[in-house]
Ligand binder design. Structure first.
Ligand code: CA
Ligand code: CA
Length: 107
């Protein structure tokens, strides 16, 4: 028994390390888009109030489309900025917040 557990341990460790590595690379793969999305938000938010009005939102979509993020490419191609804005502005107050964009990005 002693010898079996001793030989098995390194294998268990290796597979655990592999799982950790895979999980890490999976999240690292998802992160650059999120990072870019946040950078685009900051760049588009000209008055720095952490919210995008329609004009700022249009800049945001164009930046996202340049980076081929989400549905931004189609929104720009079809000029559907207003429709997209209304869809994301969940509470209808005329500005979109990071939270509203994040909620939309999950869909
Ligand atoms: Ca703003
Ligand atoms: Ca809103």
């Amino acid at each position: 028994m002693q010898t079996i557990s001793k030989t098995l341990m390194p294998q268990v460790f290796t597979s655990l390390a592999l799982v950790a590595l895979l999980t890490l690379s999976a999240s690292a793969h998802a992160n650059p888009q999120r990072v870019q999305l946040q950078a685009n938000f900051l760049e588009a938010d000209v008055d720095k109030n952490d919210q995008l009005n329609v004009a700022e939102f249009k800049t945001f979509i164009n930046l996202n489309a340049d980076h081929k993020l989400g549905r931004a490419v189609s929104i720009r191609r079809f000029g559907m900025y207003t429709q997209a804005f209304k869809a994301i502005d969940a509470n209808g107050d005329g500005v979109v917040t990071k939270e509203e964009i994040a909620a939309q990005a999950k869909n």
